[in-house]
Design a protein around this ligand. Structure first.
Ligand SMILES: [Zn+2]
Length: 162
């Protein structure tokens, strides 16, 4: 009897370690494929709690609460985490959604990624330099692209044109 339980226990331990080995490496945002890489502690020290939630945890600010929803100045919107230039003010349009909306981005500075969170099939947009979450892109935007980049105000900073 005693021997049997030892064998069982041994098998159990073996199967646990086998499971551990077969795990895929986790796809953490803190990998080093981006030019700007910081630890979670460094991001938390740099960003406000809301900025951290949106930029680093793919959160969403409440509609019509963001600073840039009705913003009309001419200039460039940059990443609020790393200052990478992302959107030109001339591509901003009034979407009525409650979030700043653009029909195009500055080439090379935004990356698009499939997002199946909550079973929705959406395309997430991220800063190409630091991987921070900006918002999502939808195909109901105006000409010439027909795209609507729906971006959180807290993900953005602004550089006014001289
Ligand atoms: Zn960035």
């Amino acid at each position: 009897m005693k021997n049997t339980s030892i064998v069982l226990l041994f098998n159990l331990l073996l199967s646990f370690s086998a499971c551990g080995q077969s795990e895929k490496p986790s796809e953490s945002k803190t990998n080093n494929k981006f030019e700007v890489v910081k630890t979670e502690e460094e991001w938390k020290a740099q960003l406000s709690p809301l900025e951290y939630d949106v930029l680093r945890n793919e959160g969403t600010e409440r509609a019509f609460t963001g600073k840039y929803v009705d913003w009309k100045k001419a200039g460039t919107f940059t990443c609020n985490a790393c200052k990478n230039p992302l959107f030109e003010s001339k591509t901003k349009f009034k979407s009525g959604t409650g979030w700043p909306s653009f029909y195009d981005y500055i080439k090379g500075n935004v990356i698009e990624k499939e997002d199946n969170t909550y079973g929705w099939n959406r395309i997430e947009v991220e800063c190409s330099k630091c991987g921070s979450h900006l918002g999502h892109v939808f195909n109901d935007g105006p000409e010439p692209t027909g795209l609507r980049y729906c971006i959180n105000s807290v993900s953005l900073d602004f550089m006014e044109e001289e």
